[in-house]
Write a protein that binds this ligand. Sequence first.
Ligand SMILES: Cc1ncc(COP(=O)(O)O)c(C=O)c1O
Length: 428
Amino acid sequence: MLRPIFTRCAARSASAASLRAAASRPLTSPVSWRATATATATQHAARQYSIKAKAASTSTHQDIDPAKLTIEKSTSPKALLKPEELVFGHTFTDHMLTIEWNETSGWHAPQIKPYQNLSLDPATCVFHYAFECFEGMKAYKDKSGGIRLFRPDRNMERFNKSAARIALPTFAPTALIELIATFAKLESRFIPDQRGYSLYLRPTMIGTQKTLGVGPPGSALLYVIASPVGPYYPTGFKAVSLEATDYAVRAWPGGVGDKKLGANYAPCIVPQREAMSRGFQQNLWLFGEEYVTEVGTMNFFVAIRNKETGAKELITAPLDGTILGGVTRDSVLSLAKEKLVPAGWNIVERKYTIKELDEAANEGRLIEAFGSGTAAIVSPVRTISWKGKTINCGLKDHEESGELALKMKDWMEARMYGDDEHEWSYHC
Ligand SMILES: Cc1ncc(COP(=O)(O)O)c(C=O)c1O
């Protein structure tokens, strides 16, 4: 079981209430955001890159209460697809979990009900100003048929940070984990027994206030839907080729790239599509012309032999506000410290450039590279195209993965499916 390390999120400040009052002002008026600037001026001075937002909800209001859950079971259970027919995010389970919030009474009673459409007024603020954040996590079936979540406390912590940054309400993480666990167990028939299969869970929060005024939403909806998924690489790893994107940036200092906001994703599609049109599977996001940040929607790791010392190093970009703090990234770092450091590796979070990778590849020091994320766990990289050059990431022609990526996937899956019983695994 997880240790109870959750902390309550910051309460709403008085300034958030005054901001909400400004919600009726028209879009052209800068006034509604001026209070935010004042309220966070001290934080701006202190921060390096990204502001620490105050949450919209308050501890004096009703928090999420799992004891108030009501369950309405579907009367028309869906037919199950064959495991091999599952396509990521295409089919959904029978039910959804919903919890409404408003600024006067806080979180309402949670409901699990049949999966259904949402009905929202066309003026609802999520459609106009992108008050939306989400999470991506999975439930796994263990050998004895038990359902487990993987490090849900990390997803809840990130969900709360994302929500707070866009003036949506926060919640007690343990309460939502308990509800998600109940929901996942209810949908367990959708999770095939085989290794590699899981139930992808998508907690989502949207602002539901009907207003064209720009300000903090006075009401919100938190919902969780679930989609059964198969292994990312059903027939074994397939190394991908990347194109370095230097003409557009995914995130920037002081921005929101370290939050999981829907608004961060739509602008990434065009550069991604351009890379694909030139025959690459993903794009590698550079910051400015040089710094390597993330790959597609994954964090990025490179294994290199240090130029001076010859020591083996596993390097990833630091969480400086421009990188999404992946749960998988954190797990790779922990596992690497636990299992690779004793074998002589150095584990390094630092800024590094594509020039360094190019130089390391030319000198035969680039050992391997891989992306990390919930969907694939790890995704080995064969080449990076940059300024017309091809950087070879250390794989031989017949290889689809380096040794580290393979080991990481095995170590991680052992904890996800409970073969290696560990505190990261949460029994539903
Ligand atoms: C931009 C971005 N980076 C990294 C990740 C990996 O995060 P995680 O390991 O929590 O899935 C994701 C996926 O959610 C992402 O969207």
